[in-house]
Design a protein around this ligand. Structure first.
Ligand code: SF4
Ligand code: SF4
Length: 303
């Protein structure tokens, strides 16, 4: 699965209206894959059909974070420690913070606010979210299931993965879904990454198996060349192991060209960079910019 443009709205992002408008925009712009929270998959698909777009034209992906992975976290402010200085507000590109409150439907657990707070008033906690397993009981189009495995405990990864595969095998919508494993390289040495991927692939049986190389997690909006070099380098390593690769984490305007220059055949997932790119623009301008970005990206990836 190379040469595809994936839009990532964030596993924790359950802001239905926001996700809906992002999916419409990027669907019209030519994106191929949508990676959205399980909580919003049915709504997005209903809305796509109602608006005359065809579900078959897109690959729908949803994610599950193994407990401890940062994608499944939410931020919370301790109102006693909070000085209402508003520093964290600026750091949050999801617009989730109104000190001392955080809108948990918008928070994606990126921890930028925690880093911005000098008073130690923000902590992250693991969200208890049943929406993934609830989704598996529904009649939706689920092409890819992505599992976030950035934790240290390999036994937990394998045990949880076994449970997930069993649930997919018994589900109506994910019987034939592809498996995408997403992880950040900081959690695994090269040899550990090689071993765990081989094991998870074996456990996936006949399912199509790919790896999302999360190089510089949740940092695409910074749009720096150095930020995406790490991602492309990680992608090259994953490719050398023989897997199909989707780059994510730190993907920005430089990523596709860099991947092309180093001969990395891959797909790219854009999260915060894509979301930020169209902020505060008119609907016409948003579509124009998004279309051009998708066109250029796919041209570079398929060259
Ligand atoms: S940066 Fe910290 S102290 Fe300031 S408003 Fe945010 S949580 Fe409160
Ligand atoms: S900065 Fe990140 S972790 Fe903090 S509230 Fe916003 S989305 Fe959540």
């Amino acid at each position: 699965m190379n040469g595809k443009f994936k839009l990532i709205t964030g596993l924790g992002n359950k802001d239905k209206n926001k996700v809906k408008s992002l999916v419409f925009l990027w669907a019209k712009a030519g994106a191929d894959i949508f990676d959205v929270s399980p909580a919003v998959v049915p709504l997005i698909q209903e809305a796509i059909v109602e608006n005359g777009l065809k579900l078959e034209d897109y690959d729908f992906c949803t994610s599950y974070a193994i407990e401890g992975d940062f994608h499944g976290k939410k931020a919370q402010i301790d109102s006693i420690k909070c000085k209402l200085c508003n520093k964290c507000v600026k750091s949050c590109i999801e617009g989730a913070i109104n000190p001392p409150n955080i809108d948990e439907t918008k928070c994606i657990g990126c921890a930028h606010c925690k880093k911005a707070c000098k008073y130690g008033a923000i902590h992250l906690y693991d969200e208890i979210d049943h929406s993934f397993y609830d989704l598996l009981k529904k009649d939706v189009k689920l092409d890819t299931v992505e599992i976030h495995i950035s934790i240290k405990d390999k036994k937990t990864i394998k045990d949880e993965f076994k449970k997930i595969i069993k649930a997919l095998d018994n589900s109506k919508c994910a019987k034939n879904s592809k498996i995408s494993i997403c992880f950040n390289r900081k959690y695994f040495s090269n040899s550990k990454a090689e071993k765990i991927l081989a094991k998870l692939k074996e456990m996936s049986g006949e399912r199509e198996f790919l790896v999302q190389a999360d190089g510089n997690s949740m940092n695409g909006a910074n749009n720096s060349l150095s930020g995406t070099i790490e991602t492309v380098a990680f992608g090259l390593f994953i490719k050398s192991l023989g897997y199909d690769v989707i780059l994510s984490g730190g993907c920005n305007e430089f990523t596709a060209e860099l991947a092309k220059n180093v001969g990395l055949q891959c797909s790219i997932g854009y999260g915060s960079f894509a979301r930020k790119m169209t902020e505060n623009l008119s609907e016409d301008e948003k579509l124009k910019i998004a279309k051009e970005f998708v066109r250029k990206t796919k041209e570079l990836l398929n060259d």
